[in-house]
Design a protein around this ligand. Structure first.
Ligand code: FAD
Ligand code: NAP
Length: 338
């Protein structure tokens, strides 16, 4: 096991924040994870699993053992009736997995194309985009219990999946290192085109080409590239806040004041578009020092270069305060802060 001391993580987080880890270890197999846990215990330091660093904010240096997940491998486990079960190591790149499943004629991940990060992080916040969430195709996962070092299997019901949430981000946070994921995909494509942006562009493209999962995936990639900043060019962690869920009466009151309010039914409650709230509060494309909101999607905070984690957090608190003052709605941060 190779251990780096005082390792720079600047390139290991997509916000490009300058951070050092007291220790950095790569996990290429189960034994690496177990050894890292023992090492962290010996040093009396917390262990922080890290994938692509696309959903974390480092507020300063980390007095911790950072475990960079690099367990590889993808395979088809079985094809039974309508379904294909695939398995992937936690260190695989998420988008590569999506494209690989399509090449296996296993469908269901196309709307989740181009989400940055690793496979192992996908269950943490039940990643979602364009009306599809990981939970829709989740079969099971394997994780190492950080207390015992034993391997535990979680089925869908065990994970407490919710909107951008799971037990791994909630009641069981810091308790497990996810090492592999199984997905139950479909052998027949059922397009999920509820999102107007996606539907319009897919319909246009399908005039010249047969509607396929690859086509949907391509369009999702195009739409995302048009609208969202590529972290390689402009550092960011995607949506900085979750879309808040509010009561029907709150929506009614807000609609009376703002007829163009963007709100969608979410069970018995309503989901407000956080990006719209920030935009309407006059904060789209603004900049304070090195930090700002993206000019095309106000929900994305960007590091123009040279920002620290504290700069980002201060800026995000100012946004929260402004939105709360204007709409009475409290925004909740999506990425995890360390
Ligand atoms: P990291 O940022 O490395 O880690 C995130 C959290 O998960 C940390 O708390 C970490 O400790 C924990 N973790 C990571 N790996 C493991 C593991 N193996 N075991 C246990 N814990 C682990 N998210 C969406 O849901 N939908 C989107 O459409 C979307 N679009 C994005 C677009 C952009 C441009 C960016 C920058 C981000 C976007 N995100 C989106 C957020 C992010 O990409 C996802 O949450 C992704 O799953 C994070 O993966 P990661 O490997 O980078 O996780
Ligand atoms: P968008 O399509 O402009 O939509 C704006 C918001 O309205 C989104 O937050 C979305 O909620 C909601 N919405 C739109 N149509 C909807 C429908 N038919 N039913 C229910 N809700 C609807 O959003 P965008 O910024 O370009 O992002 C596109 C997709 O990628 C979204 O699903 C978004 O969540 C995802 N994304 C996520 C991140 C992240 O870091 N978490 C970053 C970039 C993009 P939802 O967000 O609930 O889908």
């Amino acid at each position: 096991m190779h251990i780096q001391e005082y390792a720079a993580l600047d390139r290991c987080n997509t916000l490009g924040l300058p951070t050092k880890a007291r220790y950095l270890i790569q996990a290429r197999c189960l034994e690496d994870v177990r050894e890292a846990l023992v090492f962290a215990r010996t040093k009396q330091l917390p262990l922080i699993p890290l994938g692509g660093g696309s959903n974390v904010v480092f507020s300063g240096d980390l007095d911790a053992v950072v475990l960079r997940m690099a367990i590889a491998g993808k395979s088809v486990v079985s094809t039974l009736g309508e379904h294909t079960i695939v398995e992937s190591g936690a260190g695989e790149n998420w988008h590569d997995l999506v494209r690989w499943t399509l090449s296996q004629k296993a469908y269901g991940l196309e709307n989740l194309s181009l989400i940055p990060g690793t496979v192992g992080a996908a269950p943490i916040q039940n990643i979602g985009a364009y009306g599809v969430e990981l939970k829709d195709v989740f079969h099971s996962l394997q994780a190492v219990d950080c207390q015992t070092g034993g391997v535990v299997c979680f089925n869908r019901d065990d994970c407490g999946f919710d909107y951008r949430q799971s037990i791994f981000k909630g009641s069981c946070r810091d308790c497990y290192v996810i090492i592999s994921l199984r997905l139950k995909l479909n052998r027949r494509l059922t397009p999920r085109l509820d999102y107007a942006d996606l539907r319009d562009k897919v319909e246009k493209k399908a005039l010249n080409r047969e509607l396929s999962a690859e086509l949907i995936s391509d369009v999702v990639c195009d739409v995302r590239r048009e609208k969202l900043p590529d972290p390689g060019m402009l550092a960011n962690v995607g949506s900085f806040f979750k879309n808040p869920e509010v009561s029907a009466s709150t929506v009614q009151q807000l609609k009376a004041r703002y007829p163009d309010l963007v709100a969608f039914p979410a069970g018995e409650r309503w989901k407000l578009a956080a990006g719209w709230l920030i935009d309407k509060a006059g904060l789209k494309g603004v900049r304070e020092g090195a930090v700002g909101t993206h000019k095309q999607q106000a929900l994305v905070l960007v590091n123009h270069g040279g920002a620290t984690g504290q700069d980002v957090l201060c800026f995000s608190e100012a946004i929260k305060a402004r939105v709360h003052a204007r709409f009475g709605v409290l925004l909740e941060r999506e990425p995890r802060v360390y």
